[in-house]
Design a protein around this ligand. Structure first.
Ligand SMILES: [Zn+2]
Length: 251
């Protein structure tokens, strides 16, 4: 299935998770539904599901309607439209129908904690290296969370320092919020953010702000307070071609 064809002429999906990452259920209207063997591709007018991308793995959950249930396997974003792909039980939903969406909250909440931990680690890395270190990639969720940084790998002393500084931020219980800024405001408002010169052009940017720590352009889902992260455990460092991967977990 060419998902790009599915979204032709479809308006961008209203992304409910951007405004309220704690939203676990919502009703939505089916705009497109296309069957493929036992699976279905569904486009909705609005969605609580974060797609795979921006360092986050896909959200999972169930979409239910009169006579059908879809067990989500993957959510993709194509030109601002979210395409939900999953196993279909029952009949094929029709355009204009209402579905009840529910989120695999346990998985999502873990992703939220891991993603906020990732932003905290960006800060601790900056403190350790004495400069903002650009990132090359990340996966803030199952099966394994890591961020790849563009720098030489840290030694044992540095790793200890990074873990201490990061958990200090967690313990201090700093507020996490988001703001929208224009491209002109961005350089002054984004603080300690990696990859600023690689940002794609946009009319406005969403900044995830950890009070007093950093402000990073990000469309991910985060916890409201760093205390919710729990405890950041550094699991290991792996040298890569252009830098190193820092593996971590939260407890
Ligand atoms: Zn982020």
């Amino acid at each position: 299935m060419d998902v790009r064809k599915l979204v032709v002429g479809v308006s961008p999906t209203k992304k409910l998770y951007l405004e309220d990452p704690y939203l676990r259920e919502a009703k939505a209207e089916v705009l497109v539904a296309r069957k493929e063997r036992k699976n279905v591709y569904i486009v909705l007018n609005r969605s609580i599901y974060h797609p795979k991308g921006g360092g986050q793995p896909t959200d999972l959950g169930f979409m239910r309607g009169e006579g059908f249930t879809v067990s989500l396997k993957k959510v993709m974003e194509v030109r601002g439209v979210l395409v939900h792909f999953g196993k279909l039980s029952g009949r094929l939903p029709e355009r204009g129908e209402e579905v009840n969406c529910s989120l695999d909250w346990e998985r999502r909440y873990l992703i939220m904690r891991l993603h906020t931990a990732g932003h905290i680690l960006d800060h601790a890395i900056r403190e350790s290296y004495g400069r903002v270190v650009d990132t090359l990639g990340a996966n803030h969720g199952p099966p394994e969370a890591f961020t790849e940084y563009k720098a030489g790998p840290p030694d044992l002393e540095q790793i200890k320092f990074i873990a201490e500084r990061a958990n200090e931020v967690v313990r201090n219980g700093r507020e996490v919020r988001f703001v929208y800024v224009t491209p002109e405001e961005l350089p002054a408002k984004a603080r300690g953010a990696p990859n600023l010169d690689r940002l794609p052009p946009a009319e406005r940017y969403r900044l995830v702000v950890i009070e007093g720590i950093n402000a990073i352009p990000c469309t991910g889902t985060h916890v409201m307070n760093t205390r919710e992260v729990g405890f950041i455990e550094l699991k290991g460092v792996e040298e890569t071609e252009r830098g190193f991967k820092l593996y971590y977990d939260v407890r």
